[in-house]
Design a protein. Structure first.
Length: 717
């Protein structure tokens, strides 16, 4: 029996129409703005009018682009599956064999809400099977992945398995991201020409220079305007994002895992499944971001907005672990309102510096002769949670574990990879190495009241071979990492885990299905953080972004900033402190206490509202905020000395257009020279305006010097 189906999926102002006629793989007839319910005749007409034309000197039949594109149909772009058996079975002729919707057989036509559609296909001659899963989520976000099954008697090698979504020709401008250590998520724009915009991540982790989210949109799109079609590959190992335009004018965006040689080898009876690729349609970058946010916030395990204010001790003490000093720091932290105390690197083995001890997950008898109990008892008695730093996938050569098990170090056969940060990678893809790390972490979690793990990953996977043959091991390492997270959380319900990877180098939706926050960057300089926070929220909501107030002089850039600017930058995420509070002045502690109290009073809005960002003509001005049904909070930040003397009109979007709001300044810059301390041009208690006026006419603000911020509150009256 030949299987045919056309399915119309609708959710949150998005329609996805899937077409699988006459036993063919599914293709997308429409992915974008809501079309409303479509009859069987409607979808037939849509399919007819979407049929590609026969182009001169091209195939004599319309070229169809499936979700896993097939070269055999005449598609001359990148194929979805690249693979073979030593050169054979490299171009399968897939025949659809089954379609289910949430596990039930699919009809020939249906209008549906959020659901999971699974397409099964096979090529009997090639002894291969193909599964394509497509899910429309309640947020309007689409995700898809594919799997290849080997039903033959010989290995089949998958070199690449991609899923791709068609995008209209009117979308020609690309926005994706670059970056490096201490400067993650740097936006970059370009025009999609004929050819492929191909972004590889070969770090063995997501990468500080990850494409992150690849957008293709109408030229000139901004935060509020312009249609956008975006993809995100949810995989924490090597991966790709791409956009492609053919000479025919056809365009797709897609992604998948980047497989190293032989990583995709599929034994008889086994299968290889690629990662989820998320597809996000919206009008304006904020709409795309909010669709990601709503998806994450809908999870039952998503963190509560009442996130504990955190002190991490790294920049306060580094490796100098002294009980009296840390107790004094904990007491000072508790006195100003901190709710979680995190002990960073240096508590284990011989780890007195970054050259040794990594991987020896035993409390150091030298630094902690009575174990961590004296500190954890004090921290919990002060009413704070206790958190601990780990780097489970890394090892120093100068460590007991490396001396006992050199074969656990990831390496090609016969040589060690080049060192990075004086460390190598522990191959947790090996069962014995995995069991060692898991058992040591579980033992510590059982012994101490650890509510939170800061999980670091400080180097790329270079020459990441796996014993005993030295074959590539990144795929297996990534799977083992996920399994380890799952086991720890299952054994300790309620445990929170931060994905920290020398800053923000492991941030993607697959790791976020297991972690509770990320460390945006090792750079806490507020001037740099303004941009990094702004763009990390393109994927993650503010409550998942670790955002700390650092000391007056940044440890990574050397810049100095007022506490008011450092705090005004940090409160737009999961607030923390990275500062030796025992060295802070009484005035600084009083100001910090006030900021923490303000954050606690407002965190339901700051960490639960909808993101809004404002397009401005001055590149040195950043305007953003969060809005709920009752109020909005906005930051206006000046990063450079402007060419003109005032800020002009600042619009405050996102509020109910017909409601009225009292607008006032609630946090202002630090003390400035008197000529600069110009007041509002209206009552300091605020003015009342409609949401429509605030979004269209805006307000005028006092002069704002560089590297300072205003925070504005709009409350419904």
């Amino acid at each position: 029996m030949t299987i045919s189906t056309r399915l119309c999926l609708h959710a949150a102002d998005v329609t996805l129409v899937l077409d699988a006629p006459a036993g063919q793989l599914p293709a997308v007839l429409h992915w974008g703005a809501a079309l409303g319910e479509l009859s069987e005749a409607d979808t037939a007409a849509l399919a007819a009018c979407q049929t590609p034309p026969i182009i001169p000197n091209g195939p004599d039949a319309p070229v169809r682009v499936a979700l896993v594109p097939e070269g055999r149909t005449g598609w001359q772009g990148r194929p979805g599956l690249s693979g073979s058996r030593d050169g054979r079975d490299w171009t399968p002729h897939w025949v659809l064999s089954g379609v289910t919707i949430d596990g039930a057989p699919a009809p020939e036509h249906a209008n549906l809400g959020p659901c999971l559609v699974v397409f099964e296909a096979a090529d009997a001659d090639a002894s291969l099977g193909l599964t394509i899963e497509v899910e429309l989520l309640a947020s309007g976000l689409v995700r898809a992945r594919a799997a290849v099954q080997n039903t033959g008697d010989e290995d089949y090698r998958v070199d690449e398995l991609l899923v791709a979504f068609p995008v209209p020709m009117r979308a020609r401008e690309i926005l994706d991201f670059a970056g490096r250590w201490t400067k993650e998520r740097v936006p970059q724009r370009t025009t999609l020409q004929v050819g492929t915009h191909w972004r590889e991540a070969r770090h063995g982790r997501t990468g500080a220079d990850s494409a992150f989210v690849l957008h293709l949109g109408a030229p000139g799109f901004g935060f509020a305007d312009g249609e956008l079609w975006a993809v995100h590959t949810a995989w924490s190992g090597n991966h790709v994002h791409y956009a492609e335009r053919l000479a025919s004018g056809d365009q797709v965006v897609g992604g998948g895992e980047l497989l190293l040689p032989a990583e995709g080898t599929v034994a008889p009876g086994a299968s290889y499944r690629g990662p989820w690729v998320y597809a996000n349609y919206g009008v304006g970058l904020d709409a795309v971001a909010r669709r990601f946010h709503r998806t994450l916030r809908s999870r039952p395990e998503h963190p509560d907005v009442r996130r504990p204010v955190t002190l991490n001790v790294w920049e306060a003490v580094y490796f100098d672990h002294d009980l009296d000093r840390l107790v004094a720091l904990a007491e000072r932290a508790a006195s100003i309102g901190v709710e979680r105390f995190v002990l960073d690197d240096g508590w284990f083995g011989g780890r007195r510096d970054d050259h040794r001890g990594l991987g020896d997950w035993f409390v150091s008898p030298d630094a902690w002769p009575h174990g961590l109990h004296p500190l954890t008892d004090k921290v919990t008695a002060l009413g704070m949670q206790f958190g601990l730093w780990f780097e489970p996938e890394m090892v120093n050569i100068d460590s007991d574990v490396a001396r006992a098990h050199p074969e656990w170090i990831m390496q090609p056969s016969g040589r060690l990879p080049v060192e990075s940060r004086f460390q190598q990678v522990l191959n947790i893809g090996l069962p014995d190495a995995y069991a060692y790390v898991r058992d040591r972490m579980l033992a510590l979690l059982d012994e101490y009241p650890i509510a939170y793990i800061k999980w670091d990953h400080n180097r790329d996977l270079v020459d990441a071979g796996s014993a005993p043959t030295g074959v590539p091991g990144v795929h297996r390492q990534t799977q083992a990492y996920y399994r380890l997270l799952d086991e720890l959380k299952a054994a300790h319900p309620g445990l929170e885990i931060e994905s920290c990877s020398s800053g923000g180098a492991r941030i993607d939706l697959e790791v976020m299905s297991r972690c509770d926050r990320v460390w945006v960057s090792d750079c806490i300089d507020p001037l740099e953080r303004q941009s990094m926070m702004r763009w990390t929220t393109q994927l993650l909501p503010p409550e998942l972004l670790g955002s700390h107030i650092a000391s007056g002089r940044s440890h990574t850039t050397g810049r100095q900033h007022d506490l008011a600017f450092r705090a005004a930058t940090a409160v737009w995420g999961h607030l923390g402190i990275e500062w030796d509070l025992t060295a802070a002045s009484a005035e600084e502690l009083a100001e910090l206490t006030d900021w923490i109290a303000w954050f606690k009073e407002n965190r339901a809005t700051l960490l639960g509202g909808d993101l809004v960002r404002v397009d401005v003509s001055d590149a040195g001005l950043i305007v953003h905020g969060v809005v709920t049904s009752e109020r909005g909070l906005y930051e206006v930040c000046s990063t450079t000395l402007p060419d003109v003397a005032n800020l002009g009109r600042i619009v405050l979007p996102g509020l109910d257009a017909d409601a009225r709001y009292r607008v006032r300044l609630v946090r202002q810059p630090a003390a400035l020279p008197l000529p600069m301390r110009a007041p509002w041009s209206f009552d300091p208690d605020g003015v009342v305006l409609s949401g429509r006026v605030l979004a269209r006419a805006g307000v005028r603000l006092p002069y704002l010097p560089p590297e300072q911020s205003f925070i504005i509150e709009a409350t419904r009256v």
